[in-house]
Structures are given as structure tokens and as C-alpha cells.
Design a protein around this ligand. Structure first.
Ligand code: GAR
Length: 199
């Protein structure tokens, strides 16, 4: 069975990355993780990936800050690392960097993201806090293809989570995260299956 090579991009804890790695351990799952890349050397997820024998890389955005076009220069280096491992699909998993139009267009239809809200509601870095502040009764998570506008792009899958009256940001985020860990591997499977049909 052909396994699609995946690059997972993280910035921190990496629990979604872990869910993807564990899904890929199933011989029947149509993907394998060939690279976990972080923009932060101390991202916790890197240790887990290494413990599973997965190749890791760090590209620090800070190293590009003095360049003429820092965001694109950083993105070009990240893209090079991904291409060097022949990855076909990129999974953003808590990767807290805005990607340049250059990167997004290069990987259009090949990069997917997970976000802790029912998009298009509550885009941005504090989606769970924003849902609570707005008094939402239901929130959830979304896996979508990455487009130029932040937290937009065709939706692959969503899961709803009730917001309980006494929820804090932490309790709601934890219940949403449980759903993220289910829909991200399922969505990746779908994307890989469609890719092999179109090849
Ligand atoms: C996840 O909840 C993910 O949805 C969110 O960051 C968390 C990363 O957790 N992403 C965003 O908010 C992107 N806009 P993880 O590192 O444990 O996977």
C-alpha cells in the first residue's frame, strides 16, 4: 500500500501531531510522517517525534528577522526542508506562524490546518477564549485546507462540542482537543485517499 509522505509543522505541545503519528502507526493508514518541523527548538512535540524515530528539524523564524523579506525567507527554508524529504502533504498542528502567500500558493491543496472553533466562527489565536466571551452555546474544531486568508479555506471536517455554563477556557479547550485528535487523522486519511485517486 502506498503511503503518502507527510510533514507536520508544530510550535509547541504537539498533541495533534501525536494523534497523527499514532494513526500512521496503523499499517492500513495511507500516510507516514517523514518530518516534524518546528519554528521553536524547545517545542515539546519534537521530543515525542524523536522518541518515535521520526526525523525532526527546527527552523527558527528569529534567524530570518533581519532579512529583507523575513516571512517569505523563513517560509522558503521551511518549504525546502519539506521538499528534501519528498513530503506531499503538510499538516499544520498548532503551528503558530502566519504563512506567506508564496508558501500558501506553492502548497495549495496540499496543506491542511486544524483550528479550535467551528470556522468561519472565531478565527485567530484565541478561538476558545473568544467563543466563551461571545457566550456561544456550541463550539468545536475544524480541519481545512490552508488558503491565504488566516483560518479560511475549504473545510474537510468539523466536530461540534457543547459549551457548558461553567466552562472555562481550559475545560472547553480540553474537550475540543479530544475531538481534534479524532477529526485530524480522519481528515488526513480522506485527503490522502483523494490524492491517490487523482494521481
Ligand atoms: C490546538 O488546539 C489547535 O487547534 C490550535 O492550537 C492547539 C495546538 O495544540 N491551533 C490554532 O489555534 C491555530 N489557529 P497541540 O500543539 O497540542 O496540537
Amino acid at each position: 500500500m502506498k503511503k503518502t509522505k507527510i510533514a507536520v509543522l508544530i510550535s509547541g505541545r504537539g498533541s495533534n501531531m501525536k494523534a497523527l503519528i499514532e494513526a500512521c502507526e496503523n499499517p492500513k493508514f495511507p500516510a507516514e510522517i517523514s518530518l516534524v518541523l518546528s519554528n521553536k527548538a524547545d517545542a515539546l512535540g519534537l521530543d515525542f517525534a524523536k522518541s518515535k524515530g521520526i526525523e525532526t528539524a527546527t527552523v527558527s523564524h528569529k534567524d530570518f528577522s533581519k532579512m529583507e523579506n523575513p516571512r517569505e525567507s523563513f517560509d522558503k527554508k521551511v518549504s525546502e526542508e519539506i521538499e528534501n524529504r519528498d513530503c506531499e502533504i503538510i499538516c499544520l498542528a498548532g503551528f503558530m506562524r502566519l504563512l506567506s502567500p508564496w508558501f500558501v500558493n506553492k502548497w495549495l491543496g496540499k496543506s491542511i490546518n486544524i483550528h479550535p472553533s467551528l470556522l468561519p466562527e472565531f478565527k485567530g489565536a484565541d478561538a476558545v477564549g473568544d467563543a466563551i466571551k461571545a457566550g456561544a452555546k456550541v463550539s468545536g474544531c475544524t480541519v481545512h485546507f490552508v488558503h491565504e486568508e488566516m483560518d479560511s479555506g475549504p473545510i474537510i471536517s468539523q466536530a461540534k462540542v457543547d459549551v457548558l455554563p461553567d466552562d472555562t477556557k481550559e475545560t472547553l479547550a480540553a474537550r475540543i482537543l479530544q475531538q481534534e485528535h479524532k477529526i485530524y487523522p480522519e481528515s488526513l486519511k480522506k485527503v490522502c485517499q483523494n490524492l491517490s485517486v487523482s494521481e
